[in-house]
Design a protein around this ligand. Structure first.
Ligand code: AR6
Length: 170
């Protein structure tokens, strides 16, 4: 399978690119964003300032600096507001625009965290289905990406995602 679910800290992965669930300032924050900035070192923040922010649903790329990953793709997920603000479409755009940017940069292996499901409170099951279906559709149209890791952090999220993954690919 080109799409693999793993339970680990995304910052340790030796892939071409990891995706960051950033905020629109791109200058760092908590959650996975904070972990990535800590692991990549202060040069990441300096570089990200030059990117001049990012709109919700869009994506921008930076070097990985001290990470094993060569690149970081920063995308801004929607804040969940009971589905009243086009959140599902915006989350779909995060995955699609990140994969498009990856493809344009000859990235063959990429790892995504579960965007918007932490501080931004997007319901986990809904977010997982959007992630799987958007990635699956993209890979059917584009051969340049060889492997996509879906990264969860903790056994409870892993079990929940695995159930959704199995139902999706059955
Ligand atoms: N590796 C993999 N996944 C992780 C890691 C990690 N090291 N740390 C957390 N997660 P969140 P959001 C999971 O809150 O909801 C930041 O402050 C976590 O369990 O990081 O998109 C930004 O600056 C959850 O499933 O991102 C924004 O302001 C998932 O990553 C805001 O939070 C996403 O949780 C973005 O909120």
């Amino acid at each position: 399978m080109k799409i693999e679910l793993i339970n680990t800290d995304i910052t340790i992965l030796a892939v071409d690119a990891i995706v960051n669930a950033a905020n629109s300032s791109l200058t760092g924050g908590g959650g996975v964003d904070g972990a990535i900035h800590r692991a990549a070192g202060p040069q990441l923040r300096e570089y990200c300032i030059t990117l001049k922010g990012c709109k919700t649903g869009h994506a921008k790329i930076s070097p990985g600096f001290k990470l094993k990953a060569k690149y970081i793709i920063h995308t801004v997920g929607p804040v969940w507001n009971n589905g009243t603000e086009n959140e599902e479409e915006l989350l779909r755009m995060c995955y699609e625009n990140s994969l498009q940017l990856a493809s344009e940069n000859n990235i063959r292996t990429i790892a995504f965290p579960c965007i918007s499901t932490g501080a931004y409170r997007f319901p986990f099951d809904k977010a997982a289905v959007i992630a799987l279906s958007t990635i699956d559709e993209f890979l059917k149209m584009n051969n340049s990406i060889e492997k996509v890791f879906l990264v969860v952090f903790g056994q409870k999220e892993f079990d929940q995602y695995e159930r959704i993954y199995k139902a999706y690919f059955k």
